[in-house]
Each structure stands twice: as structure tokens, then as C-alpha cells.
Write a protein that binds this ligand. Structure first.
Ligand SMILES: *[C@@H]1O[C@H](CO)[C@@H](O)[C@H](O)[C@H]1NC(C)=O
Ligand SMILES: *[C@@H]1O[C@H](CO)[C@@H](O)[C@H](O)[C@H]1NC(C)=O
Ligand SMILES: *[C@@H]1O[C@H](CO)[C@@H](O)[C@H](O)[C@H]1NC(C)=O
Ligand SMILES: *[C@@H]1O[C@H](CO)[C@@H](O)[C@H](O)[C@H]1NC(C)=O
Ligand SMILES: *[C@@H]1O[C@H](CO)[C@@H](O)[C@H](O)[C@H]1NC(C)=O
Ligand SMILES: *[C@@H]1O[C@H](CO)[C@@H](O)[C@H](O)[C@H]1NC(C)=O
Length: 719
């Protein structure tokens, strides 16, 4: 509970206890005891009870955030007295009652954003919304029980950028002059009971990038004026009663990525000019009454990953141009009148996960997909996606039949073999996925998806992939990497007894170099890729060393590409069941509900750095009873750091130094400074709170500074 004395700090202007595990209710007199309050942030906690009416007495309030709690009861009518109110967020609570308080909010002349998303509010949306401030920009009312029509006056809100009233019980039409809302960027009206036609004035919304009106009862044809919305990225018109043909105009919007028109009664054939849709990623026209041939121009939409055209009257064959749709993951052409042979190129679509050709007139082809077994060795071919594909037989030969002598690593998703690949004339590491493991296929796809788009000196290079069938007819998937003769960092840090002669002690400068290499790889993944990539499984076993001891980050089987929406207005819950890394290296927030984030990688990096300096794994026996590697290191900072440093480092280090210098006391003091700086970085990266962790670019700069200092001193003393 928040101590009640906090509510008596009458001079307080900002009170932020957001994103904690606080509970209890707000005191009824909060607005009287905190008369100077401007910002109240209580969001993302477990508060219950009503929203106090007295809030309206804190007349300077600008921001109110009570979202993501369990507040209940009605929204006080008095909030309209807050003349300066700018931002009111009550989303994701249990608020009920009707929407009459909205009328009072028309008095808040500076109101910019109102979110009541995901509550139990019912009643009609009052006409008075037309009198909202002209500053008003964002209205979020989705996921309530609002009924009645959309007030015609809503079109007065000249600065409205975001309208989200989906998942309610709204009836009636979309206002005819909806196009007056010239500033609109995203519209969600889906999953209501709206009827009538889509107003053609929508074509005037040239800033629109997301229009979601699926799951209503809309009739008539798709207005061709939509083609004027040249910034549209996502158009959802599914599950209505739309008829007529698909206007050519909407197929000329170059920015469109998702075009969903399924479950309507659209007729005619698909326009031929679909080749303008360069960004198209998901296209669904299934369950309509479309006819004619599938335009071969669809093959120009090379970004397509989901193509659903089932349940129509398409005839003819699958266009050969589909062979270039290398990213296809789902292709559904079922329930049409397609004929001809099933094209062979489908077998080369590496990412295809779902293929449905059922209920057509395709002719039998004799198990073409089995032909990729060893005896019928397809020549190595370029897939155009940056990978060269390799056959099963070739890998079998490269590894002497996956001989155990060639086994260089075993992980949960598969085994890694060393082999010589004739095709490229070099020694390689072949990671064979254990497809009996449920996640192995996913991990294969994740790794392919990430690795095909990244290149960096400190990231293992993928040479080729194999997605095939073994001699027994079972699926076989493998990834082929450049071979790293010096094995993993784990082997160097923790050699077992038989390996000790093989892996000499790594000197401080070598460890520092590895730390910088890994930091560079992470900085690249987080900030310099097209979309940020989170590795999710950084640990010494996944850091590989080449012949020159340069470190390369490997194993992207758990990696995630972060797709950021411009406006994240429909939150999708994250799955807490997803595997997110290895024990000891997983940041604390992943244990609760945190999605994989770049901060998480920074945490793992911090642990890795401490492990490299202290020589103990985070899961070592001494780290239990609430003492973690992080706390252990933090506790010893700064004077006692030397007591916990990997003793091999001190012996090696001091020995190296005394060999070249008499001034070893000065030197070991300098070395101690370096170690303290590095442990500090490790501790800071592995801070409990994600936001306190360092940025990788700062880590690189700091480590580089330590290295320069270390080398400069070495030079000086050596001379
Ligand atoms: C608080 O606001 C209410 C109206 O909402 C008003 O009647 C009351 O007088 C105010 N109290 C004080 C102490 O200003
Ligand atoms: C809004 O303002 C009008 C006139 O300025 C006033 O009559 C009305 O009581 C105000 N409503 C609220 C809830 O403050
Ligand atoms: C909007 O405000 C005007 C003037 O303040 C008023 O006459 C009108 O009734 C209000 N409209 C609604 C729908 O509340
Ligand atoms: C679009 O806006 C223009 C004025 O900006 C107007 O003349 C035209 O009628 C509008 N179009 C539609 C379809 O509403
Ligand atoms: C399907 O195609 C065949 C020829 O391939 C044709 O005879 C038949 O009439 C077509 N059926 C429909 C429903 O279009
Ligand atoms: C393939 O499509 C048909 C018809 O649309 C459907 O009945 C069937 O369930 C689909 N098959 C799979 C495996 O999803």
C-alpha cells in the first residue's frame, strides 16, 4: 500500500508510482490533500476501488494515468472541472456505468488524449463529443459495451489522429463525411455491428496508415477513392457483406503491407496491376466469389509471406512467377477450380509452413517432394535470398555420415558437426536440428530469418542451409556456418580436466578483446539492423572464437526481430510460455511478463562479462540464497574486487607484467583499476531494472577506454 502520509504532501506537483505491485485504493480526499498536483501516475499496479470524485478539486491536474489497475465504478462526472486536463488514461480497469461523463470533458479545453480502452463501460457515445477541445487527438474506447450510433458530430474533431472504438456494440453507419477528419492516421471500427456503405469520403484521409473495419455488416462496394490514401499500410475489410469488384485503385498503394478482404461477396477477377504492391506482406481474398485466373503479376509482390485465396472460383494454373515468392510462409489456394500440375518450385520455398491446395483439379504428381533424398542429388542452387542451399547427401558426405568423431557440440535443439564441404571447398560447422524437439523447427526459422538479413564481423556467418528429407524419408533441417577453430568461450573459461591442456588461460587483454567484440555484435543487432534484433540467449557457450581469437556471437535459435508499429494501439498480450534464454543469463523481467527486449540482452551481457572476470558461472553453487553473481560483484566494488577476480587472470596477468617490468606494483595497481572498471560495467549492465542498464555503445566506449589505458600503461612500463 502507498503510505497514507504520501497523500498529505500538499506541495507535491508530480506523483509517480507507476509500474509496481501496489494495491489498496485511493483515499477519497486525494484531490483536497494534494491541491497542487499536476501529474498523477498510478498506472500498471493493482489498485482497486472507485476513482475519487475529489480528484476534480486538484484543479491543476494535467496528466492522469490510472490505467492497468482494477479500479471499478463509474468515471466521476466532476473531471470536467479540470480546465487544464491534457491526458486522461483509465484504460484496462473494471470501470462501469455509462458515458455521460464524456459531456463534462467537453469543458477541458486542452484535452488531447482520452483512453477508456478495455473497461465495462456501456451506454451511448454522447453527441457532445463534438464539443471536445479542438486540440483533441486520440480517442480510445475499444473493448467496452458501447452501443448506439457513432455521433455524426465526431467529424468536428479536426485534429483527431487516432480513433479506436472497435470491439463494442455500435450500430448504424459510418458518418458520410468521415473524410472531414483530415488528420486521422489510424482508425479501428472493427468488431461492431456497423451497417451501410463505406463512405467514399474516406479517400480524403491521406494521412491514414491503418484502417480496420472488419467484422461489421457493411454493404456495397469498396470505394475506389481509397486509392487516394497513399500512406495506407494496413487495410482490413474482412467479414462484411461487401460486393462488387476489387477496385484497381486500392492495388496501387505502394505502402500497403496488409490487405485483408476475405469473407465478403466480392466478384470479378483480380486486377492485373497488383505488381505495384511492393510492400505487400499479407494478402487475403479468401471466401469471396472471385473468378478468372490468378494474375501472374502477384509474383512481383516479393515481400509476400501470407497469401490466402481459398474459397473462390479461380481457375487456371499456379503462375510460374510464384517461384520468386521466397518468403512465403502460408499459401492457401484451396476450394477453387485450379488445375495443372503442382509446380516443383514450391519445394524451394524455404519458409513455407502451410500449403493448402485441397479441393481443386490439380493433377497427380508422383511424390515430387521425396525426390530430394540423397540419391537424387539436386545441384546446389542459389535461392536468391542470400543463402546457397545444400542437399542432405552433401552434408552426409561432409561429415563422414555424421560420424561421432566429428561431433563438436550438442544443444537442446540439435547437434553441431565439423565437416568439409566440397561445394565451397572449406571446413564448416553443420548444425543439425533435432526435429523431435518441438521448438526445433521454430528455432530453425528464427535463425534463418535473423541471419539472412545480418552481416557483422563479430557474428557467425551462415554459409548455407539444408531443408530436405533424409534417407528414411524424415524431415531434415540443418544450418551450415563458418567453422570456428577455437571453439566456444565457455570451453576457455571452464575447461574440464581433460581439456585443460588444450585451453590455456586467457589473458586480461584477450578477455577484454572478447568483451569488446561481443559488445560490438550486440550494438549492431540492437541499433544498426533494419529492425532491432534481440539475441535472447547470450552466454559463453554461444560466443565462438576464430583462429585469431576474434569473438563471434552465434546461435540465433531464440532470436527475435522487433517489429515496431508506428502506433501500438491494439496491445497483443505476450506469451509467457515462450522460451527466452538460459538460466543464469535470463534477465529478471522475462520471468514475469517482460517481452524479449534489447535490455534483456544487455543483462545477459553483464552476466557474461562478470563471468569472464570472476571465472564463476552465474549458476555456480555459491550463487544461491539470494546471492547472485551480480550482487556478489557489486558488493565487492571497488576495493575488494581483486579478491573475487578469477585467480588465473591475476597469476597470468601479474606474471606477464613482471616479466617485462620491475615496476610491478604500479602495474598491478593499474591492472586493478582496469578490473574495477570492467566489473563496474558488468554490474551496471546486469542491473535489476532494465532502464538502469547501460547502452551497448557506451559499453564499447568504456571498454575501449580501459583497453587504451591498459595498453598505454603497458607500453610505458615496458619502455
Ligand atoms: C471540491 O469540488 C466540489 C465539486 O466537485 C465542490 O463542491 C467542493 O466545494 C470542492 N471542495 C473544495 C474544498 O474546494
Ligand atoms: C462546463 O462548463 C459549463 C459552462 O462553462 C458549466 O455550466 C458546466 O457546469 C461545466 N461542467 C462541468 C462538469 O464542470
Ligand atoms: C456544444 O456546445 C454548444 C455551445 O457551447 C452548445 O450550444 C451545444 O449544445 C453543444 N453540443 C452538444 C452536443 O453538447
Ligand atoms: C474531399 O475534400 C474535398 C475538399 O478538401 C472536397 O471537395 C471533396 O468533396 C471531398 N471528397 C469527398 C469524397 O468527400
Ligand atoms: C472448373 O474447370 C473445369 C475445366 O478445368 C470446367 O470444366 C468446370 O466447368 C469448372 N468449374 C467451375 C465451377 O467453374
Ligand atoms: C485446407 O482447406 C480446406 C478447404 O478450405 C479445409 O477444409 C482444410 O481444413 C484445410 N486443411 C488444413 C490442413 O488446414
Amino acid at each position: 500500500m502507498v503510505p497514507s502520509s504520501l497523500y498529505n504532501l500538499s506541495s507535491v506537483i508530480g506523483l509517480d508510482v507507476g509500474s509496481n505491485l501496489l494495491h489498496g485504493s485511493l483515499p477519497p480526499g486525494i484531490g483536497l490533500t494534494l491541491p497542487n498536483l499536476e501529474r498523477l501516475y498510478f498506472g500498471d499496479n493493482q489498485f482497486i476501488g472507485p476513482i475519487p470524485v475529489s480528484l476534480a478539486n486538484a484543479s491543476k491536474l494535467l496528466y492522469i494515468d490510472l490505467g492497468l489497475n482494477n479500479f471499478s465504478g463509474p468515471v466521476p462526472m466532476t473531471l470536467g472541472r479540470l480546465q487544464d486536463l491534457y491526458w486522461l488514461n483509465l484504460q484496462i480497469n473494471q470501470l462501469d456505468g455509462d458515458l455521460s461523463f464524456i459531456t463534462s470533458l467537453a469543458n477541458c479545453s486542452g484535452l488531447q488524449t482520452l483512453s477508456l480502452y478495455n473497461n465495462q463501460l456501456s451506454g451511448m457515445l454522447p453527441d457532445s463529443i463534438a464539443n471536445f477541445s479542438t486540440q483533441f487527438q486520440g480517442l480510445y474506447l475499444a473493448k467496452n459495451k458501447i452501443f448506439g450510433t457513432i455521433p455524426a458530430g465526431i467529424v468536428n474533431l479536426a485534429n483527431l489522429r487516432l480513433l479506436s472504438i472497435e470491439m463494442n456494440l455500435l450500430t448504424g453507419i459510418i458518418p458520410v463525411n468521415f473524410g472531414n477528419l483530415q488528420k486521422l492516421e489510424a482508425v479501428g471500427l472493427n468488431s461492431n455491428k456497423l451497417s451501410g456503405q463505406i463512405p467514399s469520403s474516406i479517400g480524403n484521409l491521406t494521412r491514414l496508415f491503418k484502417l480496420v473495419i472488419d467484422g461489421n455488416d457493411l454493404k456495397g462496394s469498396i470505394p475506389s477513392s481509397l486509392g487516394n490514401c497513399q500512406n495506407l499500410q494496413e487495410l482490413y475489410l474482412s467479414e462484411n457483406n461487401l460486393d462488387g469488384t476489387i477496385p484497381e485503385e486500392i492495388l496501387t498503394i505502394p505502402s500497403i503491407t496488409k490487405l485483408l478482404l476475405d469473407k465478403n461477396s466480392l466478384t470479378g477477377s483480380l486486377p492485373l496491376n497488383v505488381d505495384k504492391l511492393e510492400a505487400l506482406w499479407q494478402f487475403d481474398v479468401s471466401n469471396n466469389k472471385l473468378s478468372g485466373e490468378i494474375p501472374s503479376t502477384l509474383g512481383s509482390c516479393t515481400k509476400l509471406e501470407f497469401l490466402h485465396m481459398g474459397g473462390n472460383f479461380f481457375r487456371g494454373s499456379i503462375p510460374p512467377s510464384f517461384s520468386v515468392l521466397k518468403g512465403l510462409q502460408e499459401l492457401d489456394l484451396s476450394r477453387n477450380n485450379l488445375s495443372g500440375q503442382i509446380p516443383k518450385f514450391l519445394e524451394r520455398l524455404l519458409f513455407l509452413q502451410y500449403l493448402n491446395l485441397s479441393f481443386n483439379n490439380f493433377q497427380a504428381t508422383c511424390f515430387w517432394w521425396r525426390k530430394k533424398t540423397g540419391k537424387n542429388l539436386a545441384p546446389t542452387s542459389s535461392l536468391g535470398n542470400g543463402f546457397l542451399e545444400v542437399g542432405y547427401a552433401e552434408l552426409l558426405k561432409a561429415t563422414d555420415g555424421f560420424l561421432s568423431n566429428n561431433l563438436i557440440g550438442v544443444g537442446s535443439y540439435g547437434s553441431v558437426y565439423k565437416g568439409f564441404l566440397n561445394g565451397i571447398g572449406t571446413t564448416v560447422a553443420i548444425k543439425v536440428l533435432n526435429l523431435e524437439h518441438q521448438r526445433a523447427s521454430k528455432s530453425f526459422l528464427a535463425e534463418c530469418e535473423v541471419l539472412r538479413s545480418i552481416r557483422h564481423r563479430n557474428i557467425v556467418k551462415i554459409l548455407t542451409v539444408c531443408s530436405s528429407i533424409d534417407f528414411r524419408g524424415n524431415d531434415f533441417k540443418a544450418l551450415v556456418f563458418e567453422y570456428m577453430p577455437n571453439g566456444s568461450l565457455d570451453m576457455w573459461l571452464h575447461p574440464n580436466e581433460t581439456e585443460q591442456h588444450q585451453f590455456r588461460n586467457l589473458s586480461l587483454i584477450e578477455r577484454l578483446n572478447v568483451a569488446i567484440d561481443v559488445a560490438c555484435a550486440l550494438d549492431y543487432l540492437h541499433h544498426h539492423c533494419e529492425k532491432p534484433v534481440v539475441h535472447c540467449d547470450l552466454k559463453p557457450g554461444n560466443i565462438l572464437l576464430d583462429a585469431d581469437m576474434v569473438a563471434h556471437v552465434g546461435d540465433f535459435g531464440l532470436a527475435r526481430i522487433i517489429h515496431k508499429d508506428a502506433i501500438n494501439y491494439s496491445q497483443t498480450p505476450s506469451s509467457s510460455l515462450v522460451v527466452k534464454g538460459s538460466i543464469g543469463y535470463v534477465p529478471p523481467e522475462y520471468g514475469t511478463s517482460g517481452d524479449p527486449s534489447t535490455y534483456g540482452d544487455v543483462y545477459s551481457y553483464g552476466i557474461l562479462l562478470l563471468e569472464m572476470l570472476i571465472g564463476k558461472r552465474p549458476i555456480d553453487d555459491i550463487f544461491k540464497d539470494n546471492l547472485s553473481l551480480h550482487q556478489y560483484a557489486k558488493m565487492m566494488l571497488p576495493e575488494r574486487v581483486v579478491e573475487i577476480i578469477d585467480h588465473r587472470l591475476l597469476i597470468g596477468g601479474i606474471h606477464e607484467i613482471t616479466a617485462q617490468s620491475e615496476n610491478n606494483e604500479k602495474m598491478s595497481n593499474n591492472m586493478q583499476d582496469c578490473l574495477i572498471s570492467m566489473v563496474r560495467i558488468g554490474v551496471s549492465c546486469s542491473a535489476e531494472s532494465p532502464k538502469e542498464r547501460m547502452e551497448m555503445k557506451d559499453v564499447i566506449a568504456e571498454l575501449q577506454r580501459v583497453k587504451d589505458f591498459f595498453l598505454a600503461v603497458g607500453q610505458q612500463v615496458g619502455n
